[in-house]
Design a protein around this ligand. Structure first.
Ligand SMILES: *[C@@H]1O[C@H](CO)[C@@H](O)[C@H](O)[C@H]1NC(C)=O
Ligand SMILES: *[C@@H]1O[C@H](CO)[C@@H](O)[C@H](O)[C@H]1NC(C)=O
Ligand SMILES: *[C@@H]1O[C@H](CO)[C@@H](O)[C@H](O)[C@H]1NC(C)=O
Ligand SMILES: *[C@@H]1O[C@H](CO)[C@@H](O)[C@H](O)[C@H]1NC(C)=O
Ligand SMILES: CC(=O)N[C@H]1CO[C@H](CO)[C@@H](O)[C@@H]1O
Length: 673
């Protein structure tokens, strides 16, 4: 890689040293841990595992001087099931079956580990590898761990679909997936939302808030129990059914995995697990994230590596997740966690004392292990730093992710939209938009998006609310007059999505509800909003109501995705930009064999506008944002055919002439004759 990117050359020795350390770790794991495969099956050794004759429970707790297993099954008697300390500070106990052969710990009964510290303090904790945790009393209470061993394991029906090379991701959160102000369930998501996603032409979903988090309002980002899937939405089997059904619908399922930090809860999280402030985390200041108020893992510790690598593997093996979006990778890679640091793109910023090698090595291990064990897995990095080589092979000096999120693109749209009503899109710079959408690292795949859950959260603003503000409440009926605000809003909403998907990357992401311009933000029930669910929901009913303009945006999203499915532009090399004209406000490019023409001009429609093309022949319309079925004005005939004319334009041998109305985008394809 250092040779493909000459700017990396000065840092080749650093990358090489990093690679050698990685090799050393691999050798140590081969030598002492039985290789990656064995090392990352931690969940088969730690936590609760049913074996012939009983249940083995194991736990890593270096600071404990004694430990015992307590629970409903032994009446919380600390003397009933003492644990013995084995190698590597792993405590274990065997709970033999009852005389009738049944398990001595009943399914769905509460368990804890009780430990004594060197100071003589007795501490009770939820088992670190527990696979289910439930609230003790009401939804606000702390969580209890339960032993989960249903009589009948889930029977899988569907194999995963083939790995998509043109990821179109629907980012979703189960709990908010209902129009009603409540917590929606895995089952409701399976029944109501999966068909919506499949119909819209997405080929993958990304689920957030799955790993158990005692605090709902953390949106799933303050994980308390890493091996438990959130019990608010149903049982582990319900989630398996969701994933199985998604596979049956041709959807890849990605998990938003949070290994960047952990909840600082002690009574139901991992914090102070063995009584010290370290164990899974760094001690002292290094172990706390100053803004998130959460704990930071010690990625250099072998047992932490075992825990986290086994954790990600567990989700692929046990739940059949097809890929992972690694949350807050920047925080893992840098001692400063990206706080108050602006990355200018100067490579020195990535290769200095601020880089946390242990964190980077952990990510390399996770990627190597996942790709080795699951050949079709997809890994995606959420990184704001722009770390070079993040999505390149480890053997080349890279970090091994498949794709990265284009986090600067939503920022660009906010920047452009925030300035409304003055100075508006009259002053949008076409060159800036094109540059921002295409300036990505060569040979590293990017997932583009105009907005994700970040922009939907209370305090931020979605594109539809920047565009339509209050009018989206009153003027979205197809029977109400088309106001200038709604007209502009609908047009730009479609054009912004289309140009982002067309130019911005090799994959695309949409957050649940934004496909139809969901009118409200997200705010989870918490003290500050009187524990209201009013904004913790998605009003899918708006997209289904044909009398509302939301349904037209929904239809556009569907047609855009279906066209991508047919023409595969996300799989195609970067676009060939013909034109970014500042006065005409026209952008034209070619990608995936299609000709894309955007007229962002707020008032001017261009007649007989000439756009260069590579191939001679006749062109038909694939997508027209002005189509009446998308609540456009139908100013362009749907079956209009454009014949190429000889004569060079924009460096291309041919050209066509189009009528391109104001605030309209056209995508054209050569007709096969
Ligand atoms: C959570 O706690 C708040 C404040 O004590 C209370 O108003 C709310 O009803 C509780 N929620 C539930 C579901 O019990
Ligand atoms: C895109 O625009 C955003 C917002 O101004 C900015 O932060 C980012 O650096 C820009 N990226 C590129 C590649 O120009
Ligand atoms: C559109 O909505 C606004 C409220 O934001 C309202 O004042 C106005 O009358 C509506 N216009 C029409 C034509 O319905
Ligand atoms: C919460 O309820 C209290 C009492 O009814 C009220 O005074 C306050 O304004 C409410 N706060 C919010 C954010 O709705
Ligand atoms: C029991 C406990 O400490 N609960 C806390 C867990 O963390 C959330 C915030 O992330 C707090 O709101 C809870 O009080």
């Amino acid at each position: 890689m250092a040779f493909q990117d000459p700017w990396l050359k000065p840092y080749a020795p650093i990358m090489h040293r990093r690679y050698l350390r990685y090799r050393e770790i691999c050798e140590r794991i081969d030598q002492y841990e039985g290789g990656w495969d064995n090392f990352t099956r931690g969940y088969e050794k730690f936590g609760f595992n049913v074996v012939p004759g009983g249940i083995i429970y194991r736990e890593w707790a270096p600071n404990a001087v004694s430990a015992s297993l307590v629970g409903d099954f032994n009446n919380w008697d600390r003397n009933a099931n003492p644990m013995n300390k084995g190698g590597n500070n792993a405590w274990e106990t065997f709970v033999p079956n009852r005389p009738d052969g049944s398990l001595a710990i009943p399914h769905n009964s509460r368990v804890k580990i009780s430990m004594t510290t060197p100071e003589g303090e007795v501490i009770d904790r939820l088992p670190a590898w527990i696979r289910r945790a439930v609230p003790e009393s009401d939804v606000n209470s702390t969580y209890s761990a339960v032993f989960w061993h249903p009589e009948k394991p889930y029977e899988w029906r569907n194999a995963a679909p083939p790995k998509p090379e043109n990821l179109k991701i629907y980012e979703a959160h189960v709990g908010i997936s209902s129009p009603e102000p409540k917590i929606a369930s895995y089952k409701e998501f399976t029944e109501n939302v999966l068909p919506h996603i499949a119909r819209l032409g997405y080929n993958s979903i990304q689920l957030m808030g799955i790993m158990e988090h005692a605090y709902y309002a953390s949106f799933g980002y303050q994980v308390t129990n890493f091996f438990a899937v959130s019990s608010r939405f149903g049982t582990p089997e319900d989630l398996k059914q969701l994933i199985d059904t998604a596979h049956g619908l041709g959807l890849y399922v990605l998990l938003d995995i949070v290994h960047s930090h952990a909840s600082s809860n002690i009574s139901d999280g991992l914090n102070k697990f063995d009584g010290t402030d370290q164990c899974y985390f760094h001690s002292g200041e290094r172990g706390f994230h100053p803004i998130w108020n959460s704990r930071l893992f010690n990625y250099g510790e072998l047992e932490v590596q075992r825990f986290l690598l086994s954790n990600v593997r567990f989700y692929a093996a046990e739940y059949h997740f097809d890929g992972f979006r690694f949350d807050a990778v920047t925080s893992i890679m840098f001692h400063h966690h990206g706080i108050g640091v602006g990355f200018t793109g100067n490579y020195a910023e990535y290769f200095n004392e601020h880089t946390d090698d242990d964190g980077v090595l952990f990510l390399m291990m996770a990627n190597a292990m996942l790709h080795h064990i699951f050949p079709n897995i997809i890994t995606i990095a959420e990184d704001v730093s722009g770390m070079p080589g993040l999505c390149r092979d480890i053997e080349e000096g890279g970090i091994g992710f498949d794709q990265r999120l284009a986090m600067a693109i939503p920022e660009m749209w906010v920047k452009l939209l925030r300035e409304y009503p003055v100075p508006k899109d009259e002053s949008w710079n076409m060159g800036y938009i094109v540059h921002n959408l295409t300036n990505r690292r060569d040979l590293e795949k990017t997932i583009s998006y105009c907005e994700s859950h970040d922009q939907a959260l209370v305090g931020s603003k979605t594109i539809v609310s920047w565009l339509m503000e209050q009018e989206m409440y009153q003027n979205m009926s197809i029977h109400s007059p088309m106001t200038t605000v709604i007209d502009r809003g609908l047009s730009l909403h479609k054009m912004i999505r289309l140009i982002t998907q067309g130019l911005g990357g090799e994959g695309y992401l949409n957050f649940e509800g934004n496909e139809f311009g969901h009118p409200e933000w997200l705010d989870f029930p918490r003290e500050g909003n009187n524990y209201s669910y009013h904004y913790a929901r998605r009003q899918f009913n708006l997209a289904l109501d044909e009398l509302l303009r939301y349904s037209k945006l929904n239809e556009f999203d569907r047609c855009m995705n279906l066209a991508e499915q047919q023409y595969n532009w996300l799989k195609s090399p970067q676009a060939w930009i013909y034109l970014a004209h500042e006065d005409d406000k026209v952008i034209a490019f070619e990608r995936g064999g299609l000709l894309w023409i955007f007229n962002f001009h707020p008032t001017k429609s261009h007649v007989d506008y000439q756009v260069g093309t590579g191939s001679a022949g006749s062109y038909k319309i694939v997508l027209n944002t002005d189509d009446a079925k998308f609540e456009g004005h139908n100013r362009v005939e749907p079956d209009q055919v454009y014949f190429s004319l000889p004569g060079e334009r924009h460096g291309r041998p041919q050209h066509i002439q189009v009528y391109i109305p104001t605030r309209t985008a056209l995508v054209l394809a050569l007709r096969q004759e």
